[in-house]
Design a protein around this ligand. Sequence first.
Ligand code: GUN
Length: 280
Amino acid sequence: MAATIIDGKALATQVKAQVREEAAGLPRKPGLAVILVGDNPASRVYVTSKRKDCEECGFLSEEFALPATTTQKELLSLIDGLNHRDDIDGILCQLPLPQGLNEREVLLAIDPAKDVDCFHPYNVGLLTIGEPRFQPCTPGGVMEMLKTYGISPAGKRCVVLGRSNIVGKPMALLLLHAHGTVTVCHSKTPNMAELAAEADILVSAVGKTGLVTGDMVKEGAVVIDVAMNRNAAGKLCGDVCYAEAAEKASFITPVPGGVGPMTRAMLMRNTLTAARMHLG
Ligand code: GUN
């Protein structure tokens, strides 16, 4: 049976339309500040997309493009200023930072009430105990996709490939809170293929083209591909061998057009949540 393709692009458009409508009812526009240090080309693309998303949602957006030579002190001083601005609800510092800058210190400097990425340890703590104010954007987007397509993780075997702070770990937590039985695989897992093949819901967030082959997908599994890789021909692709996996999966996300647009839509929703919080 052919897999149903989960249309992240269409769903993201719906989420953003709803965010726009809700934002229009607030006494002022939600405001998002995006900081980009250095000239990582992928980061540049993400930041431009975020500006477009803000326009679509009727938000105020401010972009701070800083040179790679920016010092830690300068970056912290910019964040401190943004923390104190009443018209800025969300602050996002695009990662990775250029060498020499301390990422941990930067994430700690962002006011947790403006941490729309949900990267501050305070917000990670709230997420861990199951009381998040903000949804981590990529895993939150995945949960929204599952919900929309009527897929409940409750009682299901969920296998997450990758244990990053941005995706793998928070993804595992959200699936756990949704009552899934969760296994996290990583570079030291000796039997990743075997564990993946047991999954009812398989989420791959490793960043390795061709990692998930058809034999790692159980018949009828839901396959979510979070990765954004470039293959040898320079084409955007995920971790999953799409054609092979789609033959066995019940639902599958494409790359591009799957998780990526949902991540951005969730950032807009978090910024709206932050604005509501700040407006009381
Ligand atoms: N770099 C890659 N993904 C992300 C993200 O979701 N947020 C930030 N701030 N940087 C990233």
